[in-house]
Design a protein around this ligand. Structure first.
Ligand SMILES: [Zn+2]
Length: 531
């Protein structure tokens, strides 16, 4: 059976960049564009050339991407010609494969916001599409407020869309700009539009103000639209845009869509989706949504003991799709609520066979509960959990001991009279009978401590050369009456393995030290370093 092609249009770098608190640098934008490209997104809308230096910079040169790089901007201003509109000129000068215009399609907005006539707005759409087509670009028109406009004046909203389509726009995109339209309304209206404009030229741009942007996107597809616009992790103004990270797996894994449509995302690329989603959060320096559908850490996590024992027998009993398909993992939570079966499963995963009546199991469960009450987070710190379990089972050698460390932060004037902050650390380590002292300067106290700690571990040094810290996250928690700091450190090594360790203390340096130590010891255990 031949499947229809459905196109994905990402606007993380344009609509997503309008989110409160989001400030992409040019380097961020380029990194995100590469991720989207590897994922197999058809169109990457990278910004608004001329609107700010970063967007202008993005479009200043041709970017080596498979996806169609799309520049966003307004149709020509009312009362001006296309050749006498600096905004339009900047847009047409952009190094882009496609140009996406935004235009009003609600007569009320034409009158009140644009202060022009309905006919002049239509002329502006036609002229702008024609001017962009003349430069050889693919052209899209975002019909702003289309659904509200259609409800108020269907003939005029449709006339705006038709004006662009008749002029040769590849796509006419129906935007639910205020995000208040409901799925059944979207389905009805898109169906009516597709009776006038072929659905393979119609796109949907939904916002999430009623938590239904994803549902609205699917409603539009069911009514005939063949392009979906959205963003990674649903980033976007107010409540966000349609979340492509939820839409893509549904299109790929749910038979109703997978049997009918092809998209540019391969099954292999789908297997990296969780990583892509988390990478965006890393760039935004925010915690990933644990409960995000498909990709969240909790999306395939089971806490209750009874479910955990069923899931070990047959995963399908509690999973709607296989977590590996999107690069996620099944997780049986080791936490304060965990039952013995979760703990046994987790121990099994890391290679411990232990009888379920072994008294050490209760001791481990108690230790986990006690430490989690202090602020440790073993759900997030797999390596620290493994070390805790190994220590309780008596299987972690005492490779080395840190006798003392000293971290010093100094702010002073340098030789050029500039104010600089210098961090230094000195660590005294005992490896067997050997006493080693290392000092290092770092980019901040934790970095200095890390560098000093890993500078010289004597006979163990060769085991940790490939160790690298890849992420460092700090949370202030209120555990009991006092605020404590939880540090999570993500590490990686030469084999590409990643692991996370945790430290908790009232003192951020101390919490970091614990997490650093766990990471080094974990690496030594993992590498099979002799005791
Ligand atoms: Zn939008």
């Amino acid at each position: 059976m031949s499947r229809e092609r459905l196109y994905l249009f990402d606007t993380t770098l344009r609509d997503g960049a309008q989110t409160n608190g989001v400030d992409f640098t040019l380097a961020d934008k380029l990194a995100i564009a590469r991720m989207l490209d590897e994922l197999g997104i058809d169109y990457i809308e990278a910004g608004y050339p001329g609107a700010n230096p970063i967007d202008t910079g993005f479009f200043a040169e041709k970017r080596p991407l498979q996806a169609r790089v799309t520049a966003f901007g307004m149709t020509r201003r009312p009362g001006r010609s296309t050749s006498n509109d600096p905004g339009l000129a900047a847009l047409l000068a952009a190094e882009a494969d496609a140009i996406c215009f935004v235009a009003k399609s609600w007569d009320y907005h034409v009158r009140v916001a644009l202060e022009t006539t309905n006919e002049e707005n239509l002329a502006s759409i036609r002229d702008s599409v024609r001017a962009a087509k003349a430069t050889g670009r693919e052209v899209l028109l975002d019909c702003e407020h289309f659904f509200d406009g259609y409800k108020a004046n269907p003939a005029y909203a449709l006339a705006c869309a038709k004006a662009a389509y008749d002029e040769g726009a590849r796509w006419v995109v129906l935007c639910d700009t205020n995000g208040g339209t409901l799925p059944h309304e979207v389905q009805k209206i898109v169906g009516e539009v597709c009776a006038q404009i072929p659905g393979d030229h119609v796109g949907i741009h939904a916002h999430n103000d009623t938590e239904q942007a994803v549902a609205n996107s699917f409603a539009a597809v069911r009514a005939g639209a063949r392009q979906i616009q959205g963003t990674l992790n649903g980033l976007g103004e107010r409540c966000g845009n349609a979340n492509l990270v939820s839409i893509i797996p549904t299109l790929k894994l749910k038979a109703d869509y997978a049997e009918k449509f092809d998209i540019g995302v391969s099954s292999e690329a789908l297997g990296h989706l969780a990583r892509v989603s988390h990478a965006l959060d890393d760039i935004l320096n925010r915690a990933a949504d644990r409960h995000a559908p498909y990709v969240g850490e909790s999306a395939f996590a089971t806490k209750a003991g009874i479910h955990a024992s069923a899931i070990m027998k047959e995963p399908k009993t509690y999973e709607h799709v296989a977590p590996e398909a999107i690069g996620n993992k099944r997780k049986l939570l080791v936490s304060d609520q965990s039952g013995r079966s979760n703990l046994l499963a987790e121990l099994d995963r890391i290679g411990f066979v232990i009888d379920k009546d072994d008294p050490r199991l209760s001791r481990l469960l108690d230790a986990v509960k006690e430490r989690e009450a202090m602020g440790y987070a073993y759900e997030s710190a797999d390596a620290s959990f493994e070390l805790l379990a190994r220590r309780l089972l008596g299987r972690v050698p005492r490779y080395f001991e840190v006798e003392k460390f000293d971290v010093n932060v100094e702010q002073r004037l340098n030789a050029r009279g500039e104010r600089v902050t210098v961090s230094q650390a000195v660590v005294k380590v005992k490896v067997g009978e050997e006493l080693l002292i290392s000092a290092a300067e770092g980019n901040g106290p934790v970095n200095a401590l890390d560098l000093a700690l890993r500078k010289d571990l004597g006979k163990y040094q060769s085991y940790i050369t490939g160790l690298e810290l890849t992420d460092y996250r700090v949370r202030i928690l209120n555990a009991g009456t006092e605020a404590v700091t939880r540090v999570l450190i993500e590490s990686a090594d030469e084999s590409g393995d990643h692991w996370t360790t945790v430290g908790v203390s009232a003192n951020i340096i101390d919490a970091s030290f614990q997490a650093l130590m766990d990471s080094i010891v974990y690496k030594l255990v993992k590498s099979g370093a002799p005791a």
